[in-house]
Design a protein around this ligand. Structure first.
Ligand code: ZN
Length: 303
């Protein structure tokens, strides 16, 4: 296992291409530690962890990016969130085990991928909808890049027991190209296609990039750490309950004696007894109006 999970950005000047390599060992271990994912679901979730991290790495944003797939197939929900600080979390929910991990089998034919970017403050959230074309997430995202950024982009994703990893390469925008080698892009693609899943999962970023591009002019940027981190907290859970409203929460207390909320991403438990609930709403009535409360807007999803 490597020292840390990372996102390594690089430029292949001689091919007028830029790229990123993502390798998740510890984060992938944590993401799958609490749920016994069937192999097919696990494969897609691992690809989604890496694909979301790679996608986030191509976008300048200050906040969080959420990649969500919803469908009517055996897997009805897949969600991965990445923050600009390299915190990643995610989960998948399935009603039956898909026989294979190709997208139409796993999610049904009408599934959609929704990409949302929520900035920390002020900016309007961005939302893009990506048809799930192709058999795998790499293919679907290639389509997304072709239509949204108009830049040829290739992704290679691999998942093993211990690691989820991937490489993204993208042709530079016209104004950033310097070599203008007409074969450059084809060569960069061909080199990346030689990568095996095993190499992607097991070799270090340095070794992989050297192996791929040692005959090209390549520059590495500082590697950025990536880690599994869940943003749930007692405060956010308070906000969610406030968003639900006092009468609804009182009903739960009446029925169950207390309120227990478990975070679906990290299994953290938040318990409220009747005294906690009374204190929560006592404070709310005098201090907070719903329109001032950012977290109330996310009620029900534990963001
Ligand atoms: Zn959590």
């Amino acid at each position: 296992m490597r020292d840390q999970d990372l996102q390594q950005k690089f430029l292949v000047d001689s091919c007028d291409a830029r790229g990123q390599l993502v390798q998740l060992d510890a984060a992938w271990g944590e993401a799958t530690a609490r749920t016994d994912y069937p192999a097919t679901v696990r494969q897609i979730l691992g690809e989604a962890f890496v694909a979301a991290t790679l996608l986030a790495g191509t976008i300048k944003f200050d906040g969080k990016m959420t990649m969500q797939v919803r469908g009517e197939g055996p897997i009805h929900l897949l969600v991965v969130q990445v923050t600009n600080e390299g915190n990643v979390r995610g989960l998948a929910r399935w009603s039956k085990v898909p026989e294979t991990h190709d997208l139409p089998t796993a999610f049904g034919v009408d599934a959609r991928m929704i990409i949302t970017i929520e900035a920390d403050r002020n900016a309007e959230p961005y939302q893009g909808i990506v048809p799930l074309e192709g058999d795998n997430l790499a293919g679907a995202l290639q389509t997304y890049f072709r239509t949204s950024e108009q830049l040829p982009t290739e992704l290679y994703l691999a998942v093993s027991e211990e690691t989820a990893a991937g490489v993204l390469i993208q042709k530079l925008p016209v104004e950033e190209r310097t070599y203008h080698d007409v074969d450059g892009w084809a060569r960069a693609k061909a080199l990346c296609e030689t990568l095996s899943d095993k190499e992607l999962c097991e070799e270090s970023a340095q070794t992989l990039l050297h192996r791929l591009f040692h005959e090209e002019r390549v520059r590495l940027f500082d590697a950025q750490p990536v880690r599994f981190h869940c943003s749930c907290s007692r405060e956010r859970t308070d906000g969610m309950l406030v968003g639900l409203g006092k009468s609804e929460v009182d009903d739960i207390i009446e029925e169950q004696g207390n309120v227990e909320i478990t975070c679906e991403f990290c299994d953290a438990e938040y318990n409220y007894d009747p005294v906690d609930v009374a204190a929560l709403f006592k404070g709310v009535a005098s201090q907070v109006s719903p329109s001032d409360d950012d977290d109330a807007g996310h009620s029900g999803t534990l963001h």
